[in-house]
Design a protein around this ligand. Sequence first.
Ligand code: HEC
Length: 122
Amino acid sequence: MKKITHATALSVLTCFALNALPAHAKGIDVFASECAECHSVKEGKNKKGPSLFAVLGRKAGGIADFKYSDPMKDSGIVWNREKLQAYITSPKRVVPGGKMKYDGLDNAAEMNELLDYLGALK
Ligand code: HEC
């Protein structure tokens, strides 16, 4: 009996701890599975895609030593939360002819967590 109580208490605690995680901490997992293949969040580290360090507030195509597509360089976008969400939902619609080969994220909860995470990179 005592054992059961213990286990129950433990699972309640674990549950609480998981729910208490800030959304941007969960965003790390979304980033790892959706974006990390091509993007690093380290400053100055480009992979197939440019570094996403401090991406919020940055001009699109703004990393000097990354070779962007012309449509991205000429897009005139400044990455705010709305633009990021639109682009991550459908890269080809926001930057037609751009070279990010990603189909888009359509899970709203994951999107929010990811945007919180990206916004915290500075
Ligand atoms: C298959 C590789 C790949 C994947 C996966 C990918 N990207 Fe990209 N990303 C790129 C490339 C390449 C570019 C440059 C696009 C261009 O120049 O048109 C880019 C550009 C971007 C930019 C514009 C950055 C800037 O400096 O203007 C953002 C923001 C971005 N990606 C976010 C994401 C996020 C968030 C994810 C995950 C949901 C993701 N990308 C997944 C390859 C990828």
